[in-house]
Design a protein. Sequence first.
Lengths: 308, 442
Amino acid sequence: MIFLNQCLQGIFLGAYYALIACSLSFLFGVMRIINLAHGSLAVLAAFLLFVLADRYGLSPWLGLVLVIPVMAALGFLLQILVLERSLKGGLLVPLLSTFGLAIVIDNLLFQGFGADTRSLAPYIGDLSFASWSLSDDITVGQLDVIILAAAVALLGGLQLFLARTRLGRTIRATAEAPEIVGLIGIDARAVYALSTALAMALATVAGAFLALRATFNPYSGGMQLLFAFEAVVIGGFGSLWGTLIGGILLGVAQNLGAFVNPHGFLIAGHGFFLAILIARLYLGPRLARLRLARLRPRRPRPHAARPA
Amino acid sequence: MNSRIGAQSAPSDANRLAPPPLRRRVLLGAAGALALVSRRAMAQAGKSLKIGFISPRSGALASFGETDGYVLDLARKALVKGLAVGGQTYAVEIIDRDTQSDPARAGQLARSLINDTGIDMMLTTSTPEVVNPVSDACEAAGMPCLATVMPWEAWYFGRGAKPGQPSPFRWTYLFSFGVDEFAECYISQWNSGVQTNKKVGVLYPNDADGNAIRAHLAPKLAKAGFTIVDPGPYEDGTTDYSAQIAVFKKNRCEIFNTFPIPPDFATFWRQAAQQGYTRMVKIAQTAKTGLFPSSMEALGTLGYNISSAAYWHRDFPYASPLTGVSGMGLAEGYEQASGKQWTQQLGASMSLLDAGFAALAASSDPKDKKSVAAALSRLKTKTMVGEVDFTRGPVPNVFATPIIGTQWVKAKPGSRFKLDYVVTENATDHNVPVHAKLIPYS
């Protein structure tokens, strides 16, 4: 029974990772921007929600309605002012500029809010620790169920949006070949800005659940990146369903590791991540065929340039 | 930060003969001008002391350093007329530096203060990540250094001293709590009236503190009649604790004890509540987390009645010899100046300044490093946290200070803050008044 509970909690934990990773997966997998400021931006959103809750008594759920548009607007600016310029410099420059941005955000938050640890949990009453008890050993946290539902809805919704709608296809096409979409009348700049705004809205949701499930301070952004990246990589680039499954596999692996020995929690997670990476290297094409819900058809290998 | 230091500092040798720069302080009025003139006079006599003060003011450990600005301001005000040593008066400049919670930077800052700034003594506080690298840099450079707020075993043995052998340290000194104080405090706290089955579930991480506590504290608790239930070490940063919670529930551990990093505790405790363990807990005793009000407030109602242990409390009956401020005065002064609740680090940082300047005053020549180190080795003085006496041990270079059992309780109606921090036992220092009785967690 305890074993069952371990697996169950692992699934919930994984859904949390996937939810945190959603924005990252979208930018990284679809738009091919590695956003190292993801954690810091999520924490920034958490602070905005905290201010609304603490000063104005607004519940974090209602706060989301206000903060999501603000963060989306911020994402728009981020694209115009930072990412667009740095994307011209190649793949590495956005990496560096978002890393710098993360440092700036962390320290601005520290200047504004000080070092105190905060959490949004006190503002949702008992929900953060309320649970349904299925037996002595198996309990289901109510917030965990909300997180799982949110993860399925967001990642699934985003996947469907990208695969089925015209705008989704436009976004993918723009990411694939920004110069060429111009030929068919698509404004690549606008699409990029819209995508980043969407990514920031997703980061806001990530920040909200981070702040509800755990605690945060101006420097906790970086900590959140690692597991999110692992979830994205395990699930496969470009697939949002994959990120959900990747997150859940990671959470279950960690919890089973902890079941064998409490030492095993992180090791099992990282070990599993490494195993997947190695498996990809050796079984690449065969594994790719098994991959769930691929978005992008595998591109043919470019032919080696023939000497003229 | 630096500009403020500049404004308060005595003119350096380089600009001694130049006319005093037009600083805002000069415009403050006669008092300010007089102070400046007197400091110039002293500086012209060539007698000034530079004291380094290294603490974590930003980064993950920033809640330790949050109050240091206020404490340093008080000390600078008290020292505005200089420090009298053996009939001579020295102008004093305290140069504070922020490690940004990075141990490598802490060592770097220490070396730069020693080699470039030319300080006469180093003071440092708050956690092994700050104190150890700074102490190492001072020991290597022959700079007298006084430190506080980290378990002394990790400072003394962790830096290469061997039990039963002479101390390898000539320049560095620490006054702080150790495992014995924790054991005494916990045993007193857990026997103080709340009825339990004496089964203690322990959640100790696999880090320097966790392993030291597992090896040294747990056996002492077992000897005192408590059954220790240890699911084993876990890694910092773990995000799910179902396995440990299942073990604690199975064994019905009515006492819970932990030494986690603060974010881990919040995750653990909420999950423990979710899975029905907190309802079993009579005493929840935390260390390392639960030192500061903000980390408890973040837990919401789950934070009420968590027990903790304090290295200083505003009810401590000691005043600071350096600034003359009392415990209550320090706490209330900080609350007024910052609008935030007082924390135990206020008293600890103050005691470091108390003891540091007492050592300088007791030395035959505060500009002579050997003389200052010798004064540290036989220092016996009162501070904000009580007595500091390096002649008594427990080992050379170390004096063990008390740890007092405390509890976070819901603040009385009308309070400005959500939680109140009360003293519930005083086994390691009977002078501290006990105003509250421990109440069961659930």
